[in-house]
Design a protein around this ligand. Structure first.
Ligand code: SF4
Length: 222
């Protein structure tokens, strides 16, 4: 990728982020602190898409920070991908919340919010043109695969994503963190299965003859 192309993509992403930051199509556009557009390599082969910003992401204006973000970084490192080499964003750019007393709590995005925000996501995909998309969690999967998608039964296989880009779905790191004991071990095993498929697909797309075997990462030892 030439430096000029990289700079052009960066500039387009900055322009789009500015447009998204001014958006108030949904009520959550008024309750959020920051519009969390996305971050990462504008020339990334892998685009990771979660459901929506949580409290920490909203406060810092960055996707996947906090505990779930740290686990995502570990998941990516397990397949030899530093976070900086990936592009990370969400289906909605504003934090979906509900009020509990005086506090705002996280909730999954509503389908109409994902639909409202879809043009921003589509534009990101168009600019970055990744080789593979990894959707984290059921809401992110549903934005591409429809409302009936069942993550427990339908993750871990390849789908044709937007613009024909191979799409994999796995569990959201926040979901992994909520599990305990043997359930967590089982979920980690499934995530590891999915990540290995992602790695293999990326290697197939970039260096078909030089794909090294990857070892199971400590994080996912069971
Ligand atoms: S979630 Fe998306 S569409 Fe809705 S207000 Fe925020 S930026 Fe606009």
């Amino acid at each position: 990728m030439s430096l000029a192309e990289r700079a052009a993509r960066e500039a387009r992403l900055v322009r789009q982020a500015t447009i998204a930051a001014a958006c108030r199509k949904c009520e959550i556009g008024y309750t959020r602190c920051n519009n969390v557009y996305g971050e990462g390599d504008p020339c990334a082969s892998l685009m990771v898409i979660g459901e929506g910003p949580g409290e920490t992401e909203d406060r810092l204006g960055r996707p996947f920070v906090g505990r779930a973000g740290t686990l995502l970084d570990q998941m990516l490192a397990a397949i030899d991908l530093p976070r900086e080499d990936v592009y990370i964003c969400n289906t909605v750019k504003c934090r979906p919340t509900f009020k509990e007393g005086e506090k705002l709590r996280n909730r999954p995005p509503e389908p109409f919010e994902m639909a409202n925000c879809r043009p921003y996501l589509d534009k990101q995909i168009e600019i970055i043109a990744p080789k593979v998309i990894l959707a984290l969690g059921a809401p992110a999967a549903k934005t591409f695969l429809g409302p009936k998608f069942l993550i427990t039964k339908q993750r871990g296989i390849w789908y044709e994503g937007p613009a024909g880009i191979p799409l994999m779905v796995t569990f959201h790191p926040a979901y992994v963190l909520r599990q305990t004991g043997n359930t967590m071990i089982g979920v980690k095993r499934e995530v590891w299965h999915d990540l290995k498929l992602v790695r293999a697909k990326l290697q197939e797309a970039t260096l078909p003859s030089e794909a090294p075997e990857i070892e199971q990462a400590t994080l996912f030892e069971v």
